[in-house]
Ligand binder design. Structure first.
Ligand SMILES: C[S@@+](CC[C@H](N)C(=O)[O-])C[C@H]1O[C@@H](n2cnc3c(N)ncnc32)[C@H](O)[C@@H]1O
Length: 218
């Protein structure tokens, strides 16, 4: 079990190495390719990124929307670690990106978010739920489910339980790892009725070794 306070310390101390690590794996490009191929994209989407970190997922999704000729809608994102949010702000500034609202918040205490932060068409969350105590995963999913509008989707990227990830992510990045059946159970406990497992596009198949992609609604 990894308490979130430890995750905050780790991502404060090691946010630069995190960015180097994900760039090495071509994770940002993989996320962008996944969203480019996703039928969920359309103009004006209301999107929340839960545990946004340095903004890799929000920015991949934004890039995919723009590349697909869609207009961006509401883009909100939150994270628990101020240093990660600061890096996200620096990137937005460097790329002259406006219109993404950021907040510091804990996914297990969503009431601290602005009252307007609800009714999302799409909630994305990547590589964050691994840092919650395992017995709180379903609570976190249920909290996010409560912020979706009718017909809204949650897309979760989360590290797999396998030998390679146990040493590469589990030990190195102090992360919990999950099996597909554990995720199915957590999504069911959170009240989701439809749960599908997806994969990365062909050029990024190596990322399937790392993580599950779960798309859920209902
Ligand atoms: C591995 S990073 C992932 C960041 C980003 N989503 C990505 O895919 O690159 C994990 C992030 O989860 C955040 N985090 C950990 N526990 C959290 C919690 N309880 N609520 C919100 N964010 C949390 C950390 O602060 C960190 O920025």
């Amino acid at each position: 079990m990894i308490p979130s306070r430890d995750a905050v310390e780790m991502f404060t101390d090691r946010n630069r190495s995190y960015v180097r690590f994900i760039n090495l794996l071509r994770y940002p490009q993989g996320l962008r390719a996944f969203f480019r191929a996703s039928p969920l994209l359309r103009s004006g989407l209301h999107v929340l990124d839960a545990g946004c970190g340095t903004g890799v997922v929000t920015l991949a999704l934004r890039d995919a929307l723009l590349a697909g000729g869609f207009e961006t809608g509401v883009l909100n994102a939150f994270d628990l670690t101020p240093a990660m949010l600061e890096r996200f702000r620096e990137t937005m500034h460097a790329r002259s990106i406006e219109g993404i609202e950021l907040e510091r918040a804990d996914v297990l205490e969503l009431d601290s978010l602005p009252s307007a932060w609800k009714g999302y068409d799409l909630i994305v969350s990547a590589s964050m739920m691994e840092y919650l105590p395992r017995d709180r995963l379903a609570d976190a999913l249920a909290g996010l489910r409560g912020r979706l509008n009718e017909g809204g989707r949650l897309v979760l990227f989360i590290t797999r339980q396998n030998l390679l990830m146990a040493s590469l992510i589990g030990r190195w990045w102090d992360s919990n790892l999950y099996r597909r059946d554990e995720l199915r159970e957590a999504f069911a406990r959170a009240g989701f009725e439809n749960v599908e497992f997806r994969g990365f596009p062909a050029a990024f198949r190596h990322l399937d070794l790392w993580g599950h992609i779960v798309e859920a609604s209902g």
